[in-house]
Design a protein around this ligand. Structure first.
Ligand SMILES: C[S@@+](CC[C@H](N)C(=O)[O-])C[C@H]1O[C@@H](n2cnc3c(N)ncnc32)[C@H](O)[C@@H]1O
Length: 353
């Protein structure tokens, strides 16, 4: 009898272990407990709300894509509601997960990959900033960067080439006297470039809190920016600049909530915040359409056409061969990346929006 009980117990323990391992494998993540299962269910529920509020911005099916012209990639028109895309509860809720999954959950796979048209590889990082920690940009630190730039010294977290590419792109925008929004910032080198070029004010948006006492810089987290937009206290911006940031939106790497359309929503929101004929300068990794989950996205002709939906194409330093070169494809699939820059214009008349 005792022997039978022991065998039954052994079978139960191995069975439970086997089941949890299979569940873990099927979900493509390292989640195995019921607590995390519940968290994934919460992601799924929130995502259904995102789809409902997001309108055409979150629709990527080929048959439903309204292509109205061809530039460096297809020019796509997607009518949507600015009011709905700033629905605080749906788009600005914090992550339900303790940590981003290491692989795309099965229920979001089609959405992340444009129905299987975007190649995926996996590399994991967790760069979430603890709640207790915020970036501290003091006035002198920003002013030192401005002075360096004024003396012709390139300042960038990505080397001199990134600095000069961004500067070249900014020849297509009018920054003197402008109020510009920077999306994604850990060190204020883009802010310093804008101030050096005569911007009257820079607002910075980042998932992490940034403390800054420079009189010409205001910082926001996404919930703070949304609250200001909804209360009508947010200024209308002359333009937006974002370098090496939007490609991360919605991948969970920075503690943000998992969202296959985080990048498309960030650009749609930027469109709402900028005045008509205002600009966007955006630097993201370019190559064959690809996601290195959860590190970043790499944009090719498919993902660019959706990322920049409703924006008029003005300038790029992208070599279109990057989309198809075999060497670059291998590099991209292996986790390598190379930023290029686009300058875009909001033009309501052109898109009949
Ligand atoms: C790779 S870091 C680089 C930031 C910037 N290029 C720099 O040099 O300081 C990316 C940053 O973008 C932020 N980020 C990405 N998408 C964002 C979004 N949609 N809204 C706010 N912050 C975002 C992340 O929190 C992170 O701090």
């Amino acid at each position: 009898m005792q022997k039978k009980c022991l065998v039954a117990l052994l079978l139960f323990v191995t069975g439970t272990y086997f089941y949890s391992e299979v569940a873990r494998f099927v979900k493509g993540s390292n989640y195995s407990s019921s607590k995390e299962d519940l968290a994934l269910q919460a992601v799924q529920t929130r995502f259904q709300k995102v789809k409902a509020e997001c309108g055409q911005i979150c629709i990527t099916e080929q048959a439903k894509t309204n292509v109205i012209g061809k530039g460096w990639y297809n020019i796509v028109r997607k009518p949507f509601s600015c009011k709905k895309i700033f629905n605080y509860d749906v788009f600005d809720s914090s992550t339900e997960l303790e940590e981003s999954p290491h692989k795309i959950p099965a229920f979001l796979y089609d959405e992340f990959t444009y129905q299987g048209r975007v190649h995926v590889s996996n590399m994991f990082r967790n760069d979430e900033t603890p709640f207790s920690k915020y970036a501290d940009w003091n006035k002198d630190m920003v002013q030192n960067l401005v002075t360096k730039i004024r003396h012709g010294i390139p300042t960038s977290s990505y080397g001199a080439k990134a600095y000069s590419s961004l500067k070249l792109a900014m020849h297509h925008t009018k920054n003197t006297g402008a109020h510009v929004l920077v999306i994604g910032s850990q060190k204020p080198w883009v802010e310093a470039m804008l101030l050096e070029q005569g911007a009257s004010h820079v607002s910075t948006l980042d998932y992490s809190s940034i403390k800054c006492d420079h009189p010409q810089i205001t910082t926001y987290t996404p919930p703070e920016l949304t609250a200001a937009f909804l209360s009508g206290t947010l200024p209308v911006f002359d333009g937006v600049v974002s370098y090496s940031s939007i490609e991360h939106s919605g991948l969970g790497r920075y503690g943000d909530a998992l969202n296959p359309y985080g990048d498309l929503i960030a650009m749609a929101r930027a469109w709402c915040l900028v005045k008509d004929l205002g600009f966007a300068v955006v630097g993201v990794p370019t190559g064959p359409d690809h996601i290195t989950f959860n590190l970043h996205r790499v944009y090719g002709p498919l993902m660019y056409s959706h990322l920049f939906a409703n924006w008029q194409q003005v300038y790029t330093d992208t070599d279109i061969n990057l989309y198809v070169s075999e060497k670059h494809r291998k590099r991209t699939y292996g986790g390598g990346f190379f930023h290029t820059i686009h300058v875009l214009r909001k033009n309501r008349t052109f898109f009949a929006l």
